[in-house]
Design a protein around this ligand. Structure first.
Ligand SMILES: [Zn+2]
Length: 231
């Protein structure tokens, strides 16, 4: 609703962020770093405060504060390179695995003002506290959460929420993918392709402004503003 005013100020804020961003300075070569990979859209450096030897920070060269701001093609590139960096860490450093994560928003532990992916080589017994705690959530809450997520996905990427089914008529969750006939999977692929086409067709006109307003909302939430809490 306050699109024009917040649009201008968010542009100014973005320019100021970029000016003060250490990682943008690294991208521009104004600050030295141990660069392990670079192409036209992404850069990967060794973390100056690593959790382990070989802790890599991978980021778009353009300044984006949070993940939702990163364009689809760039985020795609980021994760293709994340896969390659993980492979390289495992092969070159002879590690037992990698932990790959994004801290998206302050509540998630994001400290850098520039969106990035962490790739951390792991060794047996390295003692890093990167495990995920288990908090019991009631089945009805899980069901409600599933519907809430699907409603948003339906609006954003056009994934239709599956028709409600009586409890017990669906295969167990973990087996769902395997049990689905190949035809159904193919149909979903086709649906996804159609959605992609529809999205591309739509991007020409209202796409930018519409997603811009949505983006502002998400950004405010990640900044810890209204609606940013879970409960
Ligand atoms: Zn930056």
């Amino acid at each position: 609703m306050d699109g024009t005013a917040s649009g201008a100020s968010s542009e100014q804020a973005a320019a100021l962020q970029k000016e003060n961003c250490l990682f943008c300075h690294i991208v521009e070569g104004k600050v030295l770093s141990r660069k392990v990979y670079e192409d036209e859209s992404v850069i990967a450096i060794l973390d100056i405060n690593p959790a382990n030897a070989g802790h890599i920070l991978l980021m778009p060269k353009e300044h984006y504060l949070f993940m939702p701001q990163v364009p689809e093609t760039v985020i795609g590139r980021v994760f293709i390179i994340a896969k390659q960096l993980s492979h390289a860490a495992i092969r070159a450093l002879r590690t037992d695995g990698t932990t790959i994560f994004v801290a998206n928003g302050g509540i998630a532990g994001q400290r850098a003002p520039h969106f990035m992916v962490h790739i951390i080589p792991r060794l047996t017994g390295d003692g890093l506290a990167l495990s995920v705690a288990e908090n019991p959530v009631a089945a009805e809450v899980q069901e409600q959460v599933k519907k809430q997520l699907q409603a948003v996905l339906g609006a954003t990427i056009g994934v239709a929420a599956p028709a409600a089914t009586a409890a017990g008529s669906e295969p167990p969750i973990a087996e769902e993918e395997e049990n689905k006939p190949k035809k159904a999977r193919r149909e979903r692929k086709e649906q996804a392709a159609e959605t992609e086409e529809a999205k591309e067709a739509g991007e020409g006109k209202a796409g930018a402004s519409e997603s811009g307003a949505d983006l502002d909302t998400i950004t405010n939430m990640l900044l810890g503003g209204k609606g940013g809490r879970n409960g």
